[in-house]
Structure formats: C-alpha cells, structure tokens
Unconditional design. Structure first.
Lengths: 323, 298
C-alpha cells in the first residue's frame, strides 16, 4: 500500500550544523546513567498514541515529498483506506481503549481536528493529551525558512489549543516525518518541551538547542502499526510484539524507569480483523503493577522536574572523559 | 482543489442503522475482477507505479507479467467459480471491455451461474487517473459500459475502476452515464450516498486490506494469515453489539487467488463463511439496492 515517496532532489540544507557526529544529542549509552524513578515506583511509563490524521484528497504537490506515490492524486484507494479511520475504525478502536480506560496521547494533524469534529470531541471528552504531527499529513516542512517553520508550529499549536483546550508540549515532524536543521531550535522557541522524532532510546534525553530546553520522549517506529503492518506482518504478531516489548522493558525498568510507546492508527487497527488483538495485548500489559499510564506531557514534565539536571551533569561528565 | 464534497463525513456511529434481509447482522459480497493485461498498452495509457503481477511491469515484451495476469482468465476464474458454486455463492463479476468483447465463453460462464456484472474499464493496463482529460474519460467509461452491456445483454449498474484508479471527475461521470454504485472507495463498512455534478451515486466500499492483491501481492501475507484475518473480521463484525447493517465486500482477482495453492485457502474461507449464522451473502448490486432504498427513504 504505497503512500509516500521522496522526490529525486532533496531539500536544501546549510552546512552550519554539520559535524563528524550530528550536533543535537550526545552519545550516551543506557549503562551508567543516573536512574529514572517514575511516580509510585512504576517501572514503565506507558503512553498510548492513537493517530488522528488527515490526508488531503488532492493537495498542492510538495517539491520534496510525493504524498500520493501510487498514482497521481486523487488516489481514491489509498485516500479511502485512510479515511476509513475517521468513518469507522476510530470508533471500534475507541471501544477497546475505553474498555481498558487507556490514557491516550493522540498524535494529531491540526486539520484533522477541524475535518473530523466527532473524533476531536471524543478525544476531548476523554481528556486525552495531544502531540503534534503537523497540520496535514500531506504537508511538510522541508525547505521552510526558519520564520515560516516557526509560524507553521505556532499555527498548529493555536489550532489544537483552540479545538481541544490543550496546549501541546510535544510534537513530531509533519507528514510521515519532515524537519529542517532548525527544527529542534524552533520547537524550543515555540514553547515545546519535547520532540517525538528520536527513536534511539528507551528513556527521555536532553536535546541541544540554541536557547531554552528541549528533550526527546521516545515515540515508537517499531511498536507502531503503520510500519509494522506494511509488509508480511499482521495483528497477531503486533500483539506479540507489544507483549514482548513490555516484558523486556518491565524487567529492565526495575533498575531504572523505561518508556513504552504504543502507536496505533485507526484506519489500520480499527479494522474488524485486528482490533481484538490490541484488546488482548492491553489486557496483558495492564494486569501488571508498576505500569504508569501516562501522557506524553506527563512523562516530559516528570523528567524535566526530576531527571533533566542530573542527566545534563552526567552527559558533561561523559563528554569530559571522552577522547 | 485539495478536498472534495462528494459525501457527508458522518462517522458510522452517528448514522441510523441499515437493515439487511432476514434480520442478518452482516452482508457479505464477493467481487471477482476479470481483466485483460495488455502486453503493449496504448502509448498514453496510465498505470500506477506499483502495478501488480510478474516481477513488476517490465519493458515490452514482458511475457512473464502478461502471462501471470492472463492465468486468471485461462485457469484461475474456473477455480474461483467452482469454489463459489460449491458453496452456493454468486459473485459480482467486474469485467473490462476487452475481456467482454474477446472472451464470450467467459461471459457465458458468468451468465450461466447467475452472477451479476459490473463495469471495469477498458483494460487493466489503461487506468483512469487525473492525467486523463474529462472528455476522454467520459468516452472511456461510456464505451466500457457499452461493450459490457452488448456482451452480457443487460444494463450495468455497478462500476469498479481498474486498480481502483479514479480522477476527480469519475464519480460525476459514472452518475451521468447511468451507473448506480461504485466500488472504488474503501472507506466504510456501509454503503453511503455520493452527490456528484452528474447526479446521485452510491458508494459500496470494499475491504481493501482483505483484497487479495493488497493482502497477498502488496503485503505478502501468508495465505494462512489471510484466512485467519477473514475469520477474525467475521467474528468481530458478527459479535459487535450494534451491528447496524454493516458489510464486508471482498475483492478477488483470479490471476492471484486462482493459483492452485491459494484457491485451497479460498475454499476454506468460503466454507467458514457459510457455516456462520446471521450473514446475508449477496452480490454487491443486491447490497447496493437494499441500502439505496433505505437511504433514499431518509
């Protein structure tokens, strides 16, 4: 099911941030870090992320990403498959999330809240948190000037706050992903506390930004049905992955707290042949004591309050001892 | 134009329920695509980049991809027909104009079984897209319907575009040319009304993740997993409190599902389906007509 492809020429970049390693985070292995303690001695902070996304039927073509790669837009097969989420899938998924009283952080395109007011109302009614994912899943920030990109995030923040009452503290890149070299700096400037595009850790960690503070809160590209169900895998294997991911993180979380993210997409996991497997996986995870059902904002705020400074000092010690 | 205004976006939980005959909880339809894959389509013909079959679309003459797809018309369709017949099921045959014109024996086999016909374009290698002018698309649809009507001798009520390819004008052109329902928009579990510049049209969505091309070809699921997915879908749909007149329309392509080993799984899927109470097995056209009468009365 082909959705996106990159066009042949990449967006322009400056060389200002280029170095032997990237310049946004220090290498810091999991061993030797100051331990993380979650509230109530929880071992795992669990954030469950239903995606509320909106794909334009026939968007203005983007110079860097082809949002409708299978065929010239409209592609009613792939558009329809996505739209199934708002019309049908979300509501079936919601029954399972409600059954487990899941505390959710919806990954949102701000325009999806406008286009699908029923989904927005259902999320608000349940006091879900929100994490940004751009305005439309068919609009990207590649090639944006810093001023345009900052305005893009501010517009997204304002629309989400206007429709939900929630001032978002975190975001990932718009579309399947998209960013510029300025993105982390601009996110801090726009008032975000965390960035959800870094898949290199099981714990939050500080990101280096020009001014202010920004951390990573681990979202998942693995426990995420969209890539998972891409080729060859199905819902039973996703449920097995959720359980095993949890078992490992729970075991390790006895020493130092871990974050587990479950990302689900209503067009995919709201299908009737799949939803029951999520039900069973959640039942398993939530039967354990020591699971903190948290939101993205709660994880980020807890980390900032209790662990950020200790980790910054630890990183400085690691850097000082490194050749 | 980034959006369309073809239908209301009301989610399924906010709509009045639909009722199926015999108080059935679920309607199940099967669409079988009979399509001709041209070895050398016209120079201006459009195809999606990931055209299924063979090893992908190769330079002319691509014997392998042509023949992989042509297997459906020589062998696969007969296996699919006999499996459906054994379980007392009739399908909707989506037949393209080339096949209708050149394979009268196939048309006769379909008629003899009492299946219904739906339009399916000219050939599967001439896909509708917004690269096509409106004038050309109108001719394309009109002549596709005319060829199929001439071959089967009855009016064509349904349409499924080759490879689910549409332009922004397709629903309006279908309505204008007298089509009642379209199968291309896989966004729902109920039929729903479309309003177009050409008049009203009914959308009858198919379950795209269970479509054999999507499940077996694009997603490379094992056949056992596909069989299980359909059983899981039926369990869920039949077990839900507010069934509300939902449906599951399965789209099958004989070049793929008609392969000997795959067809054994189809037989098992159909046997499982027929064991379940509360299912109304119907053609897409019967489901469309049943839903249309209720939607129009609202």
């Amino acid at each position: 099911m082909l959705q996106y492809s990159y066009r042949p020429n990449p967006p322009p970049t400056s060389r200002s941030r280029r170095s032997a390693d990237q310049s946004w985070l220090d290498y810091s292995p999991i061993v030797g870090r100051p331990p993380i303690r979650w509230p109530n001695e929880a071992r795992v902070a669990l954030w469950i992320c239903p995606n509320i996304l909106y794909y334009e039927y026939a968007p203005t073509p983007d110079p860097w990403v082809n949002a409708w790669a299978r065929m010239t837009a409209p592609d009613v097969q792939v558009y329809g498959r996505q739209e199934y989420g708002a019309r049908v899938g979300f509501w079936r998924l919601l029954e399972v999330l409600d059954k487990h009283k899941a505390r959710c952080t919806a990954v949102v395109n701000s325009a999806a809240l406008r286009m699908f007011p029923d989904m927005c109302a259902a999320a608000v009614e349940r006091r879900w948190d929100f994490v940004g994912h751009g305005q439309y899943n068919t609009r990207f920030v590649y090639g944006h000037s810093p001023a345009d990109e900052l305005a893009f995030y501010r517009d997204m923040l304002a629309e989400v706050e206007d429709r939900t009452g929630v001032r978002m503290l975190g975001t990932g890149g718009p579309g399947p992903q998209s960013a510029t070299e300025n993105t982390p700096d601009l996110l801090a400037e726009a008032g975000f506390l965390y960035h959800a595009d870094w898949f290199c850790d099981d714990q939050p960690f500080p990101l280096r930004v020009r001014s202010g503070k920004l951390i990573s809160v681990p979202y998942s590209i693995e426990i995420n049905d969209a890539p998972f169900l891409g080729v060859a895998f199905e819902a039973d294997q996703f449920a097995d992955a959720i359980k095993r991911q949890f078992d490992m993180l729970y075991r390790e979380g006895a020493e130092s707290g871990r974050v587990m993210c479950i990302s689900v997409h209503p067009p995919l996991f709201g299908q009737p042949q799949r939803v029951g497997y999520l039900d069973k996986a959640l039942e398993y995870i939530l039967s354990f004591p020591g699971v903190w059902q948290a939101t993205g904002a709660e994880i980020a705020q807890h980390y900032m309050t209790h662990h950020y400074d200790a980790m910054v000092a630890h990183l400085a010690r690691e850097q000082a001892g490194r050749p | 134009m980034s959006e369309h205004d073809l239908y209301d976006r009301t989610p399924i939980v906010r709509r009045p329920p639909l009722a199926w005959p015999g108080q059935a909880r679920l309607a199940v339809g099967i669409v079988v695509c009979l399509e001709y894959y041209e070895m050398q389509p016209p120079a201006d013909a459009y195809q999606p980049v990931n055209m299924p079959g063979g090893s992908g679309r190769g330079p002319y003459p691509d014997f392998r991809t042509y023949s992989h797809r042509e297997y459906g018309n020589r062998i696969g369709i007969f296996r699919v027909m006999s499996a459906l017949e054994r379980h007392g099921l009739r399908a909707t045959a989506a037949v393209d104009a080339w096949t209708a014109g050149h394979r009268p024996g196939l048309i006769e086999e379909i008629r003899r079984r009492g299946w219904e016909f739906a339009g399916h374009g000219q050939t599967v290698t001439q896909v509708i897209s917004s690269e096509m002018t409106e004038e050309k698309e109108r001719d394309y649809i009109r002549s596709s319907l005319a060829s199929l009507e001439a071959a089967c001798g009855s009016r064509i009520a349904g349409w499924h575009s080759p490879e689910y390819g549409e332009s922004a004008q397709t629903p309006a052109l279908l309505a204008e040319l007298g089509v009642d329902y379209v199968l291309d928009w896989p966004n729902d579990e109920q039929p729903y009304r479309m309003r177009t510049a050409g008049g009203p049209l009914l959308s009858v969505p198919m379950a795209v993740d269970l479509d054999d091309v999507c499940a077996h070809w694009y997603r490379r699921l094992s056949m056992a997993r596909w069989r299980q997915s359909i059983a899981d879908a039926l369990d869920q749909l039949l077990g839900e409190d507010e069934a509300g007149g939902r449906m599951l329309v399965l789209n099958l392509h004989p070049w793929l599902i008609g392969q000997p080993y795959r067809a054994t799984y189809l037989e098992e899927v159909l046997a499982d389906l027929r064991k379940r109470p509360g299912v109304w097995c119907a053609t897409a056209g019967e489901i469309a007509a049943c839903a249309a009468s209720q939607l129009d009365a609202r």
